[in-house]
Ligand binder design. Structure first.
Ligand code: SF4
Length: 359
């Protein structure tokens, strides 16, 4: 849990500017829009923030003289905007240079506009950036396969970043991460995965990949481990949507991402189900629920009315299955979900908590 951020995978947020414009379905229920309207300012106007906001990473504690933002703290940059938004072009170099003043922090830039990143970064030498911002994480939000192009854009930035990552949140559809590359085998013509026969994966001079279909070692000298065997992403975050108007994420979408990550040994962080959770299937007499919890029984979702103890009957049909309600969702394949709230929906996937980090 973040130290001053509610976002599970960061410690602090730093908004060099705030305000943004919506670019895809993941933006539909943007929390910044909601909060900005509540606070009385126009969320669609990108404004530079105060000098005091910028200087937060440099503030030291009087008593100790040490930075309040501790070394190795994770800083999510522009959580109320997009670092690569065009309306922030005049401030971006200054912000990027400012980040170099704390090379000991982990700087996390998550964008939905990666097509604008390469042009900006071209003004810098990759090797210098890797030295002066050694812990730079560059990521893209990808909510479904329609936005998969953002990953392709992200991969162009490999030379600059220690970590390239995808945030599949809110997950709104199937997502094929293709964490390991498939290449047509010039020997047998199959679209194969490739195996690596050497133990010495880190040695770029040893190139002994072979096709797992025909076993041909057709690639010797042509490709290196980095070309196709090593995962091209260093971290994947997934999560459902929370807040008003939240849309459900099919559990199989999440499972596929988890399985792809595991197959490629890519760290996987499942942040939350969001508002929509998986219902428990109940027997007529069920002691697995707390009072007020919702599960599925026979003809529809029910809630345990009384607290505690074995043998309390689940009572009441809350959201009839044959009616479309705002708290019950059935996917085309029959998967049912209930809007039970972020806390009850939890962050368990098939009973397991996945909170893996890239290092
Ligand atoms: S890119 Fe992010 S900050 Fe901008 S509108 Fe979309 S969700 Fe909101």
């Amino acid at each position: 849990m973040g130290t001053d951020s509610k976002i599970e995978w960061t410690d602090h947020t730093l908004n060099f500017w705030a305000g943004c414009t919506k670019v895809s379905a993941a933006c539909d229920h943007c929390y910044m829009y909601r909060d900005a309207k509540r606070r009385g300012f126009d969320p669609s106007v990108v404004k530079r923030t105060s000098a005091a906001t910028w200087r937060q990473p440099l503030v030291k504690a009087r008593a100790t003289g040490e930075y309040k933002w501790k070394p190795r703290a994770r800083i999510f940059v522009c959580s109320w905007s997009d670092f690569f938004h065009k309306d922030a072009d005049e401030w971006r170099h200054e912000a990027f240079t400012f980040m170099m003043e704390r090379p000991d922090l982990i700087w996390i830039i998550l964008s939905k506009r990666p097509e604008r990143a390469a042009g900006f970064l071209a003004d810098y030498s990759p090797s210098i950036i890797r030295t002066v911002i050694p812990n730079l994480y560059l990521g893209v939000t990808v909510e479904n396969n329609d936005q998969r192009w953002r990953i392709e854009e992200l991969l162009k930035l490999r030379a600059y970043a220690k970590v390239l990552f995808v945030s599949a949140e809110p997950l709104l559809g199937e997502l094929d991460l293709r964490l390991d590359e498939r290449i047509t085998c010039p020997n047998c013509g199959s679209e194969s995965k490739f195996a690596w026969s050497a133990d010495d994966h880190d040695d770029p001079t040893v190139e002994t990949a072979f096709c797992i279909n025909c076993n041909a070692n057709s690639y010797e000298g042509k490709y290196s481990w980095d070309d196709f065997c090593k995962p091209h992403l260093d971290w994947v975050i997934a999560g459902g949507e929370s807040g008003p108007g939240a849309r459900p994420s099919h559990p199989d979408w999440v499972r596929k991402i988890r399985d792809d990550c595991q197959a490629a040994a890519t760290p996987f962080f499942f942040k939350q189900w969001g508002e929509w959770g998986l219902p428990k299937s109940l027997g007529a007499w069920d002691d697995s629920l707390e009072a007020g919890e919702v599960g599925l029984y026979r003809d529809g979702p029910v809630r345990l009315e009384e607290s505690g103890g074995w043998g309390k009957r689940c009572a009441g049909e809350l959201y009839p299955r044959d009616l479309s309600t705002s708290r019950y969702h059935k996917f085309e394949d029959g998967q049912e979900m209930l809007k039970i709230g972020k806390k009850k929906a939890s962050n368990l996937l098939d009973g397991v908590k996945y909170e893996e980090w890239p290092e």
